[in-house]
Design a protein around this ligand. Structure first.
Ligand code: PEP
Ligand code: MN
Length: 255
């Protein structure tokens, strides 16, 4: 029986952090050895990029980097599954599967994932209504409500100043009306590093159970999404502030 590393108690606020994509052993090790390092590590192995010529993830090579590091130090790894054929190879290193915004409507993928005893973070599609998002979550029903985590990552809007429009209203609504854990991705919502931490604090105020944040030791050199990544010092500062902020909303930060 697998345990769900995101099965925190209702008053606990958890933080998942890591690079948009696993790029090298050194990159991931640096994050794993940093101050206030998260125990819940995200990292893309298979990337779904809007442009076919962009970096698509390391694939199997990324997988071996993660398994090697897991032998050296304990951490829970969260990665996106972009195609059902990846599930079996990702299983040995993955504690929680992520379904990205581009795949929220991929019901065949969701049906396949519902056969495995592994929690799933279901990101909201760019233009999905809350009902469509909950409709997609129904396909994961077999996993049980504790293993379905909804992630608000911002939606498309008429405005183009920021990458997406962070819909905190959805977080407030879903917390009051569904049994699921709701997390917020301030990185893909805002799309630019200087705004990520403030969006994270706002998410806590809206009642989010957790955050998923992109962190990179050298954002300027990142192969994907460097413009929205926090460096390790910025991440550390965010954690220190979250520790103080969480109790205001009757929560306790858990790393
Ligand atoms: C990601 O988490 O790196 C990602 C691609 O996110 P989204 O599916 O929300 O765009
Ligand atoms: Mn990303």
């Amino acid at each position: 029986m697998e345990t769900n590393p995101l099965n925190f108690r209702p008053h606990e606020l958890f933080v998942i952090a890591g690079p948009c994509a696993v790029e090298s052993e050194n990159q991931l090790r640096t994050i794993l050895k940093s101050d206030n390092k998260p125990t819940l590590i995200r990292g893309g192995i298979h990337k779904m990029r809007t442009n076919a010529k962009s970096f698509q993830g390391m694939g199997d090579e990324g997988l071996s980097i993660v398994s090697q590091l897991k032998k050296e130090m304990p951490f829970d790894f969260i990665t996106e599954v972009t195609d059902a054929r990846q599930i079996e190879t990702l299983l040995p290193v993955t504690s929680v599967f992520q379904v990205g915004a581009r795949n929220m409507y991929n019901y065949e993928l969701l049906k396949e994932l519902s056969k495995y005893n592994r929690p799933v973070i279901l990101k909201r599609a760019f233009s999905a209504t809350i009902s469509e998002w909950l409709g997609a979550a129904e396909y994961l029903f077999n996993l049980g409500e504790k293993n379905i985590i909804l992630c608000e990552r911002g939606v498309r809007s008429f405005d183009n100043k920021l990458r997406n429009l962070l819909d905190l209203g959805s977080v407030i609504y879903l917390k009051k009306n569904t049994p699921f854990k709701i997390i917020v991705d301030p990185s893909h919502s805002m799309g630019l590093t200087p705004y990520v931490c403030d969006a994270a604090y706002a998410a806590v105020a809206a009642g989010a159970d957790g955050l998923i944040v992109e962190v990179h030791p050298e954002p300027a050199c990142a192969l994907s999404d460097g413009q929205q990544a926090l460096n390790l010092q910025q991440f550390n500062e965010m954690i220190l502030k979250l520790k103080k902020l969480a109790p205001v909303f009757e929560k306790e930060l858990r790393l």
